[in-house]
Design a protein around this ligand. Sequence first.
Ligand SMILES: [Zn+2]
Length: 108
Amino acid sequence: MKNRPTGARNPRWNPARSVSSHGYLKERVGVGHPLADSKGWAYVHALVWAASGRPMPKEGETIHHVSAEKSDNRIENLALIPRAEHSRLHAIERRRRSDGRFAPEQAA
Ligand SMILES: [Zn+2]
């Protein structure tokens, strides 16, 4: 169990953090924030990406967790890739997890 978030990095310790239905960490940033959704939450990986100064995803691009560990939002675990490639990577990941059995399609 290494790399488990502890203390302030553990979302359970901080009511300003939550986990989305797809397993991505979100942080309360307020509705005025450029990366916020309609309720004022933003994906932590998007915030980390933006803070790094890298170009933000354009239409048809998305930020992917390279290790497939969605709670690992270190910049070195993030990569900007085309959405089509992203869907392909996650389909492979789902197949691997389900031991080759059919897994229902989920949003990434
Ligand atoms: Zn991904």
